[in-house]
Design a protein around this ligand. Structure first.
Ligand code: SF4
Length: 550
């Protein structure tokens, strides 16, 4: 072996880098269980087995690989058996946690619903889902307690009104977030709806993209106020004006939360509305071809973007996928915080839109039908779900706004909620989620009720995001007060539900992740007192204009 120049130390050959499962580099083996399952059978094929076999044979007839793997591509997740507490979450095998019913996610691309669609969603909840219909922070609706025997009927009803559960979960392009006020907002630079529709109709269910390394989250909003939280999506297009070409989109890639949170980075490129689908396709293709498949924990686009750097990512996109260069774009102005559209606002056509806050996204089919009746009685046919677990009614005439606001208030949908009710989100939690350690929805509801009593004078937003485990489905790291469910010891030394606190997260202009405060672990019962003290200290000591996070 040769020596290194000037030394007697043998020169080392560079160690061959272990592949991370990037298809484009030839690393197709060995496969982990998820990759093997996708290779064995395209997960979209499971629909035929559900329709032809499982819907007749029931839960017991379902193949294990389909049950915990491929079902997701049609929006179906196993859900937690009733009565298993958080202490047993990690101690039981997945099958011991399984109920014999399912969570079913309906994708609502752009959050856009007509009243006919809304009523269909509501009726399915009442008839097949024990009246459950959670609003998620990705504009979806989630049912629980779905029996596999009912799934084909549910699909027929949804598809008859243009809705679907296809690729609502799984390693594929999930629902595309869109501005809830697309096409009607005075602040909007360009309406992104045609691009959402084109991507949805062309690429969702396309087998070219049905086997990605992991989930792929997209957002398209021509509104510059970040109402689709672009900084935490795999790819996002946000409204921007090019000095020569005019209105179009700024492009972001590589955002995501969970256990290794990363903020998306700007490509520094401008894309026209017409070109959004092509650029989206190029970016998702990079993920498919170069994404890391060896380890599930590294299989999100954010790791590739972080390793390559944004310049190389753009270069590969342009040279290998688009075969042209994109126009450069300087960074557009950033909003201080993402808009949630709660309240009453004028539309560009002289009418109004009204955004309301259901408490922590927990609603029901019954409530959705009441909502639909009220909306119809006030002359509107269009509603929207939002990435903040809110609902928006469009096209309300000026003289009907206050009547609408009052009627919705009566059913718990508030257009003028307290800051606490407006800015608290919660994930699914222990009632249904197999990974959950704590109850989130009830804890968050109690927290809001208590804080409205204890700190009624709060005059600015303090966001509180309650999560049932480290997975961050309700964005632990981006809230002023992020709560991660865990088991803690109470004052008597008993193990009880509690939370690890993260403080100081933010989206928008001063985006950053909250800091985990190791010493700040609170029991569920201590939570209202803890947040009360924090917020009162902030109110007392803040400088003029100082936000909670910064
Ligand atoms: Fe389930 Fe954890 Fe996600 Fe909550 S954060 S929905 S508990 S996986």
């Amino acid at each position: 072996m040769a020596s290194a120049p000037g030394t007697n130390t043998p020169a080392r050959r560079p160690r061959p880098k272990r592949g991370e499962g990037q298809w484009a580099l030839g690393y197709r083996e060995p496969l982990n269980a998820n990759e093997q399952s996708k290779k064995d059978d395209n997960p979209l094929n499971v629909r035929a087995r559900i329709e032809n076999i499982y819907a007749h044979g029931g839960f017991e007839s379902i193949d294990g690989g389909d049950l915990r793997g491929r079902f997701r591509w049609w929006g179906l997740y196993t859900q937690r058996k009733e009565g298993i507490d958080g202490g047993r979450t990690a101690t039981l095998e997945p099958e011991e946690l399984d109920a014999d019913r399912f969570m079913m996610r309906v994708r609502i691309d752009g959050g856009q619903l007509t009243l006919e669609q809304l009523r269909t969603v509501a009726d399915i909840s009442v008839e097949f889902g024990r009246d459950t219909a959670d609003l998620t922070d990705r504009q979806n609706v989630q049912y629980h307690w779905i029996d596999v025997r009912d799934v084909p009927t549910i699909w027929n009803r949804l598809e008859a009104v243009g809705l679907s559960t296809q690729e609502a979960c799984g390693d594929c392009p999930r629902v595309i977030l869109g501005s809830p006020v697309a096409g009607i907002s005075a602040a909007e630079i360009i309406d992104g709806t045609p691009a959402i529709d084109a991507i949805e109709s062309t690429f969702i269910g396309d087998r070219e993209f049905s086997n990605l390394p992991r989930k792929f989250k997209s957002a398209i909003s021509g509104n510059p106020d970040h109402d689709v939280v672009p900084q935490i999506n795999d790819v996002a297009f946000t409204g921007a004006v090019h000095p020569v070409h005019g209105p179009g989109f700024d492009v972001w890639v590589g955002g995501g939360l969970s256990t290794n949170p990363m903020l998306a980075q700007r490509l520094g490129a401008w894309v026209s509305l017409e070109d959004v689908p092509e650029v989206w396709k190029g970016i998702v293709s990079i993920f498919r071809d170069y994404g890391y498949r060896r380890l599930r924990t590294r299989a999100r686009l954010k790791f590739l973007v972080a390793d390559w750097g944004i310049e190389k990512f753009r270069e590969v996109l342009e040279t290998e996928y688009l075969h042209r260069t994109l126009d450069d774009l300087d960074a557009p102005a950033m909003p201080e915080t993402p808009a949630d559209h709660v309240g009453v606002f004028p539309q560009t056509d002289g009418r109004f839109y009204v955004g309301v806050a259901p408490t922590v996204g927990r609603i029901s089919g019954t409530l959705l039908n009441q909502f639909a009746d009220i909306v119809e009685a006030h002359g509107s046919d269009r509603v929207r779900t939002t990435p903040m677990q809110k609902l928006v009614v469009l096209d309300v005439e000026a003289d009907r706004v206050e009547s609408l606001v009052a009627a919705l208030d009566q059913i718990g949908l508030h257009a003028r909620p307290s800051q606490w009710r407006r800015n608290t989100m919660a994930c699914t939690g222990i009632e249904y989620c197999k990974l959950a350690i704590v109850n989130t929805k009830d804890r968050a509801r109690t927290l809001i009720d208590e804080l409205e009593e204890r700190v009624p004078e709060l005059d600015t937003a303090i966001t509180v995001n309650v999560n049932g485990c480290p997975n961050s489905c309700a964005r632990i790291q981006t809230a002023d007060i992020g709560l991660k469910g865990m088991l803690v010891l109470d004052e008597n030394g008993e193990t009880v539900e509690g939370f690890q606190v993260h403080l100081g997260g933010a989206m928008g202009l001063e985006a950053g992740f909250g800091r985990k405060l190791r010493q700040h672990k609170v029991t569920g019962d201590q939570l209202p007192g803890y947040v009360e003290q924090l917020s009162k200290t902030y109110l007392k000591e803040r400088d003029p204009g100082e936000s909670f996070a910064r």
